[in-house]
Design a protein around this ligand. Structure first.
Ligand code: ATP
Length: 199
């Protein structure tokens, strides 16, 4: 699996629709200061579900929308499309190319799309568990991240190892199953109370 393409529209400094093709073997993006290199990394994080504006170097989520410049008006909508090559089947989905898209507008509207279908953030997250490319995963290493990992709490560091070991998917499912079990137990108790009252 590798990042095949990134498309941006109205995202940060990328006002016009911009399409970047990454073949296998591309390892660097170079450009003058302020030309938008970090904005591209932010776009990858964002489309994969980043919820923290701070992680995207902003103060609120709306800051990802092109705000305008001295010579150009801002826009009302930001969109990022990320295309992954899945020829090796690493993503558990029956497509050799997987497209993840995210849109947000100034009115607060927000959408995720997986291969063109509207989905929940959770569906995107589930697809990416254990692949190292999820929102919290280690394939996007920002400035200062290494220091952060070295000084992280043991539990947080363990999270990275769990992602690498491929067990995050199962941990999330276990948590969900336990929550349902607790729910069922509570309902059973309530039913018991009702039965006792009726007897
Ligand atoms: P450096 O090499 O200095 O780190 P860079 O190439 O990584 O620079 P970025 O930090 O990606 O550059 O881009 C910064 C530019 O993006 C700034 O000029 C900033 O004004 C612009 N920018 C960020 N958010 C927006 C926005 N919402 N609307 C318009 N421009 C924006």
């Amino acid at each position: 699996m590798y990042l095949k393409r990134l498309e941006l529209y109205g995202f940060k400094s990328f006002a016009d629709r911009t399409r970047l093709e990454f073949g296998p073997g591309i390892t660097a993006i170079v450009g003058p200061n302020g030309s938008g290199k970090s904005n591209l990394v932010d776009a990858v994080r964002w489309v994969l579900g980043e919820q923290s504006a701070r992680q995207l170097r902003g103060s609120k989520m709306e800051d990802v929308i092109f705000a305008g410049t001295a010579t150009r008006k801002g826009v009302g909508l930001a969109e990022v499309v990320l295309v992954l090559d899945n020829e090796d089947g690493q993503l558990p989905i029956d497509y050799s190319e997987v497209t993840v898209a995210r849109r947000v507008d100034r009115a607060g509207g927000s959408d995720y799309l997986l291969n063109g279908q509207r989905v929940r953030l959770r569906d995107v997250q589930e697809l990416l568990y254990d692949t190292a490319i999820g929102r919290e995963a280690y394939s996007v290493v920002g400035q200062g991240k290494i220091d952060e990992i070295l000084s992280a709490r043991d539990e947080d560091r363990r999270g990275l190892l769990e992602e690498a070991a491929g067990i995050v998917r199962f941990k999330v499912r276990k948590k969900e199953a336990l929550r349902r079990l607790e729910d069922a137990e509570r309902r059973l108790e309530r039913l018991g109370d009702i039965l006792r009252e009726l007897e």
